[in-house]
Design a protein around this ligand. Structure first.
Ligand code: UDP
Length: 254
């Protein structure tokens, strides 16, 4: 069998050329990195969980008309996606103060924000993904003002939907990061969601206990990352209650 062409290897995922033009295969690794890759570990099973959780979320977003690159899951670690031209920005949406916002502005972690706050970071590992403003984005031609407006409305729709989805299973969506890309329909371009949405890219806190169910478990050495991600998957109804097999529905939390 011919070997697949590697398109790009990132910290947590690999992109291969897909079976048809305009598609890629996105492979989820078990590698975990934090603090711009200064902290590194291989966490058995993380890739499988993120592949499944991201599939679940992207499929739900498609269901409410939010365009994204997900086509279908191929196997435990791979999904078929639509190739798009990645816009070099990390788009962060915050509902509750945490992480770098708390540090930068001296706001206690857990403080509810008066409204969702969107931030942009320029994707460049060498520079440590610096925060940028809309002025930088337009001036340096990373995206046009119209693209930024589309990205903001996309990000806010995702935030509203995901906040509700997670709250329904007893999880608070504190903040998350998305990436976007362009696809072309003839002369018209559309912005779609790309990358992944998983506990690697969200902060998820148990509503009752405040327990962290996201990558902060790894960043801050708070216990087993796969236990935390499995709990998210279990509550979303994509891991059966307490074991393998079966098709449990979402767990209702009263
Ligand atoms: N985030 C991410 N990738 C990054 C940086 C941040 O997925 O390279 C996510 C992170 O998991 C959190 C949100 O974006 O859900 C906001 O992260 P923050 O700016 O607080 O940075 P951190 O504390 O992770 O350095």
């Amino acid at each position: 069998m011919a070997r697949r062409r590697l398109v790009y290897e990132g910290k947590a995922k690999i992109l291969y050329e897909g079976p048809e033009p305009g598609t890629y295969v996105q492979y989820f690794k078990d590698d975990a990195t934090a603090f711009n890759a200064e902290k590194f570990d291989v966490i058995d099973g993380k890739g499988v969980l993120n592949n499944r959780i991201s599939e679940h979320i992207m499929t739900a977003l498609t269901g409410i008309g939010i365009p994204n690159h997900f086509i279908r899951r191929i196997n435990m670690r791979e999904q078929l996606i639509r190739a798009c031209e990645i816009i070099p920005l990390e788009v962060v949406v915050r509902n509750v103060a945490a992480g770098s916002l708390s540090k930068r502005l001296g706001i206690d972690e857990g403080t509810a924000l008066p409204r969702p706050i969107i931030e942009f970071y320029y994707k460049d590992d060498k520079l440590g993904d610096p925060m940028v403003t809309e002025e930088h984005i337009v001036a340096f031609n990373w995206a046009a003002q119209q693209d930024i407006d589309d990205i903001i409305s996309l990000a806010l729709r995702v935030n509203d939907f995901l906040s509700g989805l997670f709250l329904g299973v007893g999880i608070k969506l504190v903040d998350f990061k998305v990436e976007t890309g362009r696809i072309w329909d003839g002369d018209f371009q559309r912005i779609i969601l790309a990358d992944e949405i998983s506990p690697d890219s969200c902060r998820l806190w148990d509503v009752k206990t405040g327990q962290k169910l996201d990558k902060d478990v790894f960043r801050r050495d708070l216990g087993s990352l796969t236990d935390a991600y499995s709990e998210v998957a279990r509550r979303l109804g994509i891991l059966p209650e307490g074991g393998k097999g079966g098709k449990a529905g979402p767990k209702l939390v009263h």
